[in-house]
Design a protein around this ligand. Structure first.
Ligand code: ADP
Ligand code: MG
Length: 473
């Protein structure tokens, strides 16, 4: 990571201490946004990208039971849920969700998360391997159901992810009397009574406003504080500041809350910061080579220019709708523009980004989740955490770049991780259209160490055959 990123983290590290007397910053209730509304489009330049040979092997479908039995799979577990000492009502909820055996991260993390006295946790595991259940069961196990007050706080980088987590917690807790509250933009009114729900899940800006401005969220009974997508929560500008402010509020008001951080990625510099954020934490980490899931087949399409990218995307439409797919672009207006053009051509697509009203965002997400819409064009706002098992294709129409315009392998990993969830197969396709975008992709490929196979865009029949084979594999 570049030195400016290190410097910015270092300044936040020092902002974390001293903890106790720090005054919380006034925050806005604006949603944390990760998409880039204003940057100029990248100029097209340079010669065409390389010729890599395709090498597609047809693989035999492996069942979930097979994968859970394979010790090398992140879905493997030696234990059963019974061995994890969960409350019988939670066990019932877990089985109701159709989980038969814990995944590796659940098996390893839960005993550490549930031990007494409680210890902090920094947990890492690949995308789609069941991190949510690990921290959801922790929150559900730690709250006192007879006490009608907030006792577990969970924050996530987007409204959509927070709502998804809330649904998982409610589903797992369905045989308990637990009550949950969603703390996102537009979810509370001034003058409402204090929250009595035990588990509060939302985005950090709103959460702080509810504590300091509306004064409806009382933190003194908080026992667990969870950050999902924790590296992102701590690393990104205003959201990082908000997460730290919220942590300071919680540690000031509550007695020794357990701090729990989960993500698929923790870049070294963020991990250093995370360790200070969650002192004395048990750590579960991945080796570099374990980062990406082999179940996701990666391709790239060598396009001539921006306009050609659009044409190729339209050409892909039939494949995109075999299951469901997510198309990532850099800018909100690109998302809207592609959606508008494709809709005009009679294709059914929707766009989702942070500029939309909350009600509209919720409605678009719900209809995608229900499978009513098949193709979602979006920005980084939902690059992380969103779990929709029918998504079998992810398109990086624009490759992910960081704030400095450099290739961003972490965001790439999260984006492609929207497919290939819990042992399923998935396909990801990168669009490159000039030397620069090709170099960006190469940097990402090198960082992740997994092949990205070229697909010929001049032969659509071949392209379709190649991708169909990968989707079937
Ligand atoms: P992560 O946060 O690690 O990316 P999620 O928590 O979103 O992954 O889980 C991915 C999918 O796997 C979800 O649909 C979830 O319901 C499913 N899942 C999680 N744990 C299990 C399990 N033990 N058995 C079966 N499915 C599971
Ligand atoms: Mg997750």
């Amino acid at each position: 990571m570049a030195s400016d990123a290190v410097a910015s983290l270092a300044s936040r590290l020092s902002a974390m201490e001293p903890k106790s007397e720090e005054q919380p910053e006034a925050s806005t209730s604006a949603q944390p946004e990760q998409d880039a509304p204003e940057q100029p489009a990248e100029e097209a330049a340079g010669p065409q990208a390389s010729n890599l040979l395709e090498n597609l092997s047809h693989e035999v479908q492996v069942t979930l039971a097979d994968q859970q039995a394979d010790p090398n799979s992140p879905l493997y577990s030696a234990k059963s849920f019974e061995d994890l000492n969960l409350h019988p009502n939670l066990l019932k909820g877990v089985y109701k969700m159709g989980f038969q055996k814990p995944s590796k991260i659940q098996e390893k993390a839960l005993p550490l998360l549930l031990q007494n006295p409680a210890r902090n946790m920094i947990g890492q595991s690949q995308s789609g391997t069941g991190k949510t259940a690990a921290f959801a069961l922790t929150m559900l196990s730690r709250v006192d159901m007879d006490l009608k007050a907030p006792q577990a706080i969970c924050i996530a980088p987007s409204r959509e992810l927070a709502i998804q987590i809330l649904n998982v917690v409610q589903c797992m807790g369905q045989y308990t009397p637990v009550e949950c509250f969603f703390a996102g933009k537009d979810s509370y009114q001034k003058g409402m009574p204090k929250l009595t729900q035990q588990i509060i899940i939302g985005t950090p800006g709103t959460m702080i406003d509810m504590v300091t401005k509306a004064r409806v969220l009382d933190l003194k009974e908080v026992k667990v504080f969870v950050l999902d997508e924790a590296d992102n929560m701590l690393d990104s500008g205003s959201m990082g500041d908000q997460s730290i402010s919220l942590k300071n509020l919680i540690t000031k008001m509550a007695k020794q809350p357990q701090i729990v951080l989960f993500s698929a990625t923790f870049a070294d510099v963020v991990r250093t910061f995370a360790v200070r954020f969650a002192p004395g934490a048990n750590e579960i980490r991945l080796k570099q080579e374990e980062l990406s899931l082999d179940a996701i087949k990666q391709f790239f399409m060598d396009c001539d220019n921006e306009q050609h990218k659009y044409e190729v995307l339209v050409e892909l439409y039939n494949l995109l709708t075999i299951g469901q797919s997510i198309i990532f672009v850099k800018r909100r207006d690109t998302a809207d523009e592609i959606a508008r053009r494709m809709t005009n051509e009679g294709h059914k697509v929707t766009s989702l980004h942070g500029k939309l009203e909350t009600a509209e965002r919720d409605q678009i997400m719900e209809s995608f989740r229900d499978g009513k819409t098949k193709v979602l064009i979006t920005t980084n706002v939902i690059a992380r955490g969103i779990d929709i098992s029918q998504v079998n294709m992810v398109v990086n129409y624009d490759l992910p770049l960081d704030g400095q315009g450099r290739p961003d392998p972490e965001t790439y990993l999260h984006r492609i991780g929207r497919t290939g969830r819990f042992g399923r197969q998935g396909v990801s396709i990168n669009f490159v259209h000039d030397r620069r975008s090709f170099e960006h992709m190469e940097a990402i490929r090198l960082a992740l160490g997994k092949p990205i196979v070229r697909v010929d865009t001049s032969d659509f029949e071949q392209m379709e055959a190649t991708l169909k084979a990968a989707l079937k594999a």
